[in-house]
Design a binder for this molecule. Structure first.
Ligand code: PMP
Length: 394
């Protein structure tokens, strides 16, 4: 292919050009080139999708389920999502007007943010957090208000939110909450969510709740802001993590009908609708596979304990993650606070890939994120290598 014609250089979207691709994926790409590396970089379950879910997808193909599905999603899937939310959050979403199936939680976020934001709006994003929110918000012409939560054990408190809203004045339209959190593994306690719900209501904001990890919690209860303020919550989740289905690409959004009409419109512009057999597999997972995540939970909890114990013995400080499959550890002070340099050196010399904390926004520098969606053997070997690396550095 000849190079792009010279008269077209510089004519691509300036808005897009100015945005940075995900630091997590970029870093993963870089460390993937190192032979023999153990990668604890990505949030990707290493388990297989449950057999009955796979069979449902295969059946759908064999039955020639090959025409466009309804724009919002297949009725059986939307009903399964509605039942799931009703049973776990005690909120009723009408499957015909208040839920859409999306291409992963990623498209759920794309469609939601483009559906509600205008140029000049502001969105409060408590950090460190999953960094995809940043470029999406900026693409809409809105701005990100990063709120560093590292001094509050990585939880946005109602007091802090009040303070930020006061400082920002008018223009804040929404708050993004992701719990259990990527990258910190923190859950939001019920009373904190209730306090945030009050503030959000008082200031007439949207709560965008990304609860994609809610099935993976360890010894704590998951509460949802959707239960508290359904009339102003946009609820986002998906099956990537709970059912080890990252490659299927199935997420969903639930929101009051008036907001959903706009989200669904954007969804049609983006993708028309979701792949049929993926929707059938997801309906099966949510109808007959509600216990599948329990098995995964046990495995992740064991791995979490292994990694927490191992890293603490090496001098890392951290809060024990309560959910998801990430651990956010402070680099021991004698090794400095440059998390990017530390992660690079660790990858090169110890052959262990971790993600620098600063990839997750304000308050992440000096930390590294380790994903424990990896085998016991890998985790044990990674701890050993990190130990030898630190001994060598000291
Ligand atoms: N939200 C969070 C917090 C995530 O960590 C991820 C995936 N890493 C997503 C959304 C996107 O999920 P999906 O694969 O379903 O698009």
């Amino acid at each position: 292919m000849p190079e792009l014609s010279a008269d077209l250089y510089g004519t691509v979207s300036h808005k897009l050009d100015a945005l940075q691709p995900s630091g997590i994926r970029e870093f993963n790409k870089e460390v993937s080139k190192i032979p023999g590396i153990i990668k604890l970089t990505l949030g990707e379950p290493d388990m297989a999708t449950p057999e009955h879910v796979k069979q449902a997808a295969i059946r759908s193909i064999e039955e020639d389920d090959s025409h466009y599905a309804p724009q919002m999603g297949k009725p059986e899937l939307l009903e399964a999502i509605s039942d799931y939310i009703q049973n776990t959050r005690d909120v009723h979403y009408d499957p015909q007007t208040e839920i859409i199936a999306t291409v992963g939680a990623t498209e759920a976020l794309d469609a939601t943010l483009f559906a509600i934001l205008n140029t000049g709006d502001k969105v409060v994003v408590p950090t460190p957090i999953f960094s995809l929110y940043f470029p999406l918000i900026e693409m809409t012409g809105a701005t990100v208000v990063q709120v560093d939560t590292s001094a509050d054990n990585f939880v946005l408190t109602p007091e802090k939110l009040e303070e930020v809203l006061e400082e920002e004045g008018k223009g804040v339209k929404a708050v993004i909450l992701n719990y259990p959190s990527n990258p910190t593994g923190r859950e939001y306690p019920q009373e904190v969510l209730a306090g945030l719900a009050e503030v959000i209501k008082k200031h007439h904001l949207y709560a965008i709740a990304d609860e994609i990890y809610s099935e993976l919690v360890y010894g704590v209860e998951h509460y949802s802001i959707a239960t508290m303020i359904p009339e102003r919550t946009i609820f986002i989740s998906g099956l990537s993590k709970s059912h080890a289905m990252t490659g299927y690409r199935l997420g969903y959004v639930a929101a009051p009908a008036k907001i959903m009409a706009n989200i669904s419109k954007m969804h049609a512009f983006l993708v028309t609708t979701v792949t049929n057999n993926v929707q059938v597999a997801a309906a099966e997972a949510l109808t007959n596979g509600l216990d599948d995540p329990l098995e995964f939970r046990k495995i992740y909890q064991h791995r979490r304990d292994l990694l927490v114990t191992g890293l603490k013995e090496l001098g890392f400080e951290m809060l024990t993650p309560e959910g998801a499959f990430y651990l956010f550890a402070k680099i021991p002070t004698q090794f400095g606070t440059d998390d990017v340099a530390f992660a690079k050196q660790l990858a090169k010399e110890a052959k262990v890939g971790v993600t620098p904390g600063s990839a997750f926004g304000k308050g992440g520098d000096g930390y590294v994120r380790l994903s424990y969606a990896s085998s016991d053997e890998n985790l044990t070997e990674a701890i050993k290598r990190i130990g030898e690396f630190l001994d060598h550095l000291a």
